[in-house]
Design a protein around this ligand. Structure first.
Ligand code: BES
Ligand code: ZN
Length: 593
């Protein structure tokens, strides 16, 4: 009797799921998914089997021969949800659960037609990482239990369903005006990579194995923005080995999607804020693509080892960027990441246990523990290992690591044991223990510098002394260079400085949300009234937490900006994703009264 994961009720002694089959009806009127989940078991079983569930209404449970399976639903835990305890009759090979989801399932956002680009049809998307798959289906919701899956999703016509799986055809649905889409995911995936979206969707091929999906009004723009994805896949393959998931498709979601991207296998989900019109934000695609190796193929055992997913992926992302756009571009990426790292350490406090790479999360909601720390401290730890071992030896290690743990899940301790086996004494040489088990940043953190970076940061820091970029100089900046410049400007700025900055760099009209939001964050911290309408527009339309968090935080600066923030949140929160609503609500609660 032992729990496998601090965020799951799965017991190590219980039968394991070997494959999942879902048959679900998408009911936009009631905002529920209803139907069956069939769990095929690894072996013929009997006795107790605990599943994870949250907000699910379980109608009945039977086994493959139709015999009723007694079940008992435990008390609600605010983080874990309810344990669903089955008592399997002897000879059970499959469990068939009839159920429906709750309208406020955390993994699902149901959008009204007005919240879409086309405005005519509703939209549904899922976001299961880290522990929300259990709000979509009763499952063993831990990355340690990987499952291939089959799904049959019935939607109202003319809507289209896509999933983190291969398409397996479609057919008329059980009722007039419905259509059933079939999916097959042959590779075993952790449950958090289960993903579904339904809407008015169209696809455009970008290469024989890559397609982008979006609403009709955005699909051409998306196809242009991501046109270079095939060369990105090839670059990634040259570093990490063959792409193992057959297709790499992408879905551009409506703007309330709470993340920049989500690495759902075979179907990366992306925020539409990446459509900057200049291909400048495709590093997010490099990141989600890199997860095909680090995260999806080799997965953290549970959220206490999240850095193995994200730190590795940021490191991989910057290797892809370096191979495609050169070392200078990668260094700028590290500089942008450094800002996020500083902000995360400041938010938690330098001594906080959440600034360790290896965390202890019993009783802690992974959504509350989430920050850039595992991303940026984790990737710096790996960059240090790479520098110390030498790139060639480290790359060979990474390939061996992926070969050893492919389609598996592992802990930090297992990672370190494998590192010691392959690159003996390297861990001691870099004091890995401090990186993993102590808070804050170790003194031997790798430094990423270049003359370019130096010029940008010192020019920004000298704003109060009157330093300004020359017009021709600023016009030649890449979007990332401009972002680095903006991030390093002191704040608050006085109103005249804000006006001058906005005019000189045409910031208010930017389609690039990284730049627009960085500017608005400066303006918010500076109580700069002319930018208030733009803040309202962005904060009402865009649900990406990476933007909501700094902007609402900066709006805490003065009574006037706090009042603005409260008024925006009151109007916009009904259209926010539940996760975004929680994050922003938490920020506003910490404002001084
Ligand atoms: N897997 C994450 C998103 C995530 C993490 C969702 C934890 C839920 C829980 C994804 O790969 C990611 O990191 N997205 C980033 C973009 C990236 C370039 C750093 C984002 O959304 O900002
Ligand atoms: Zn990631």
């Amino acid at each position: 009797m032992a729990l496998l994961d601090p965020h799951s009720y799965v017991d190590s002694d219980h039968p394991r799921t070997r494959r999942v089959r879902l048959a679900l009806d998408v009911d936009f009127g009631r905002k529920v998914l209803s139907g069956t989940a069939v769990l095929e078991l690894a072996a013929e079983s009997s006795g107790t089997m605990d599943l994870d569930s949250k907000g699910l209404a379980i109608r009945e449970v039977r086994n493959q021969s139709g015999t009723a399976v007694p079940f008992e639903i435990g008390d609600e835990d605010p983080i874990l949800g309810r344990r669903l305890r089955l008592t399997l009759p002897a000879g059970t090979r499959e469990v068939v659960l009839s159920y429906e989801t709750s309208p406020d399932a955390l993994a699902l956002q149901w959008l009204a037609p007005e919240q879409t680009e086309g405005k005519h049809h509703p939209f549904l998307f899922s976001q299961c990482q880290a522990i929300h798959a259990r709000t979509v289906a009763p499952l063993q919701d831990t990355p340690r239990v990987r499952v291939p899956y089959h799904a049959e999703i019935t939607v109202p016509e003319p809507l289209v369903a896509v999933m983190s799986a291969g398409p397996a055809g479609d057919r008329p649905g059980p009722r007039p005006g419905t259509r059933t889409y079939l999916f097959e995911m042959p590779q075993p995936i952790p449950p958090y990579l289960l993903a579904l979206a339904v809407g008015e969707l169209e696809g455009r091929d970008l290469s024989p194995r890559a397609r982008v999906w979006a609403e009709p009004a955005t699909v051409e723009k998306a196809a242009w923005e991501f046109a270079e994805v095939e060369s990105m896949i090839r670059t990634a393959e040259s570093i990490f080995g063959p792409y193992d998931w057959d297709r790499y498709d992408m879905l551009v979601l409506p703007p309330s999607f709470p993340y920049g991207g989500m690495e759902n296998p075979r179907m990366t989900f992306l925020t539409p804020t990446l459509l900057a019109g200049d291909r400048s934000l495709v590093d997010v695609v490099a990141h989600e693509l890199a997860h095909s190796w680090t995260g999806n193929l080799v997965t953290n055992a549970d959220m206490e080892h999240f850095w193995l997913n994200e730190g590795f992926t940021v490191w991989a992302e910057r290797r892809i960027v370096e191979a495609l756009h050169g070392e200078e571009a990668a260094i700028l990426g590290w500089a942008v990441g450094q800002k996020a790292l500083d902000e995360a350490i400041q938010r938690f406090g330098a001594g906080s246990p959440l600034t360790k790479l290896r965390t202890r999360l019993a009783g802690i909601d992974p959504d509350d523990a989430f920050s850039s720390l595992p991303y940026e401290k984790g990737s710096r730890f790996l960059a240090l290992l790479e520098r110390t071992a030498g790139r060639e030896r480290f790359d060979a290690f990474v390939r061996a690591y992926m070969a050893r743990f492919r389609f598996g899940a592992l802990t930090t301790e297992e990672f370190m044991a494998f590192l010691e086996e392959r690159l003996p004494r390297l861990a001691a040489q870099v004091d890995a223990d401090a990186w993993l088990n102590e808070p804050g940043m170790p003194a031997n953190a790798p430094v990423f510098r270049s003359e370019r970076l130096e010029t940008l940061t010192s020019l920004a820091a000298a704003w109060p002394a009157g330093a300004r970029p020359k017009a021709a100089e600023a016009a030649a900046w890449s979007p990332t260079e401009m972002l680095v410049y903006l991030q390093n400007l002191p704040r608050p700025l006085d109103a005249a400085s804000c006006r001058e900055l906005d005019a000189a760099l045409s910031l208010s009209g930017r389609g690039n949300h990284e730049l627009l939001v960085e500017w608005l964050t400066i303006a918010a911290a500076s109580d700069y009234e002319p930018a208030f309408p733009a803040m309202r527009t962005v904060l009402t339309r865009v649900g990406r937490m990476k933007y909501l968090r700094p902007l609402f935080t900066a709006l805490g600066a003065t009574p006037r900006t706090r009042a603005l923030a409260r008024s925006i949140f009151e109007a916009a929160s009904p259209t926010y994703h539940a996760l975004s609503r929680r994050v922003v609500g938490g920020i506003l609660e910490k404002y001084p009264a």
